[in-house]
Design a binder for this molecule. Structure first.
Ligand code: CTP
Length: 408
């Protein structure tokens, strides 16, 4: 395999010193790293550091060498990936708007290979509507974002804006490089989005609703976004998708076979057939663990049905994934989710066994994460590995999840 070439862009923020660690960590993976810097970045860390680390010249001026007038084109052409870490709010704004007024922004515009940005800035700059809009535009244009972390910032403020963990940035970058290879190795597709052709996937999504009476129910706050993102991604990658969903307010992706259900018992019976036919089953639904022993067709009334209203006897619902995965074939891959507030990885490992799953996607709930959000921070937990991803949107998580399933 050819040595992969990463162009590392360093912009002018206090986190610029971490780019040296990123450079080393990429090299340890056998990747050839070249570095370019903005003028401001050279105030934070000397280009000499990167010359010594990378073994290559370090450029920051678009016109520094009159003999090389198209440096940005050459750099873009000669790189498999452009990773800008840290990326300031200013550079993000330039990239989002297609501005090319220095070496870094011109190279970003000239890249035909993937671009990853790892923003780092003050929390208020990060939360500013302009920056959020720029992030959104970049995402829509296929630029990968490694979201900043929460914490105490160099300026003394608390919040999101710290450069993501070096290991997370490096693992994200190498997995993007790796998926480029995967895509070119596939035989059943013309583009990288048909690698699931011929496969049948069952996905459960959304909440279940367990009726108490004609108007009341036990349910939860699952939006269905994660399951629907997986269905959409699997469909785009060529799979036949059956989506068994509780009530949600989003539309099913075009071309998937949608089965709408309300209760856990309906969800289980709707999954039975598609499960036996599936190659992959992803159980993403937030199933109510308990349901009322008795449910009333009419509305219970205060003053008349006080006893029934104040004491609702509950019985356990079937565990859908555990019931079905107990009889899975050896060639089937079963994925479950674990939404936890504490001991996330430990609980996910227990669920791996309890649910007979091949992989558990563990996520922390609370603090604004998971339910209803467009972004999430998850770990893929298998028998002998834990792969933690940085915060990313659910469509990206869906893609990475399916990549991981293919590796199973
Ligand atoms: N699940 C299921 N049927 C249930 C409960 C959960 O299929 N009756 C599946 C979910 O879709 C998910 C996994 O099991 O893939 C874990 O769900 P979770 O709610 O985190 O776990 P529980 O088994 O309900 O355990 P606990 O609530 O104690 O964490």
């Amino acid at each position: 395999m050819d040595v992969k070439k990463v162009l590392l862009g360093v912009t002018g923020g206090i986190a610029a010193y971490k780019s040296a660690e990123i450079c080393r960590a990429l090299q340890k993976k056998g990747i050839d790293v070249r570095v370019i810097m903005t003028e401001n970045a050279t105030r934070f860390i000397s280009p000499l550091t990167f010359v010594a680390l990378s073994g290559h010249d370090v450029h920051s001026d678009l016109f520094e060498d009159p003999k090389e007038p198209i440096l940005h084109i050459d750099l873009a052409r000669d790189s498999d990936l452009f990773l800008i870490a840290p990326c300031t709010a200013n550079m993000l704004a330039k990239i989002a708007n297609g501005i090319a007024d220095d070496l870094m922004s011109s190279t970003a515009l000239a890249m035909a290979s993937p671009v990853i940005v790892a923003p780092a800035m003050n929390v208020h700059m990060y939360e500013n509507a302009a920056t959020q809009h720029n992030l959104c535009v970049c995402r829509q244009r296929g630029i990968h974002i490694v979201e900043p972390a929460q914490g105490r910032l160099a300026c003394g403020d608390e919040g999101r804006g710290k450069l993501a963990d070096v290991d997370d940035i490096v693992s994200y970058a190498s997995s993007v490089l790796f998926s480029i290879d995967d895509a070119s190795d596939e035989t059943c597709k013309e583009e990288d989005d048909h690698d699931l052709c011929g496969m049948k996937i069952l996905i459960t999504a959304g909440p279940t609703v367990e009726p108490i009476d004609a108007v009341r129910s036990i349910t939860n706050r699952s939006s269905g976004k994660m399951g629907y993102a997986i269905a959409d991604c699997a469909k785009r990658r060529g799979a036949d998708v059956v989506l068994v969903s509780g009530p949600v307010s989003i539309d099913a992706p075009a071309g998937v076979d949608l089965i709408k259900v309300e209760t856990a018992e309906e969800m289980l019976s709707s999954c039975e057939d598609p499960f036996t036919q599936s190659d992959i089953a992803v159980f993403c639904a937030a199933v109510a663990d308990l349901r009322p022993l008795k449910s009333f067709d009419r509305k219970l009334k205060k003053g008349i049905d006080d006893e029934a209203l104040s004491t609702i006897d509950l019985v356990p619902n079937p565990d859908i994934i555990a019931t079905l995965a107990a009889k899975k074939r050896d060639d089937q891959v079963v994925v479950g989710f674990a939404a936890e507030t504490d001991d996330v990885i430990e609980n996910a490992k227990q669920k791996l066994n309890a649910k007979h799953a091949d992989m558990i996607v563990a996520n922390k709930v609370g603090g604004g994460l998971a339910f209803g959000c467009d972004d999430d921070e998850v770990s893929f937990v298998t028998e002998d590995d834990v792969l933690s991803l940085p915060l990313m949107d659910k469509a990206q998580i869906a893609d990475r999840l399916l990549d991981q399933v293919l590796k199973c």
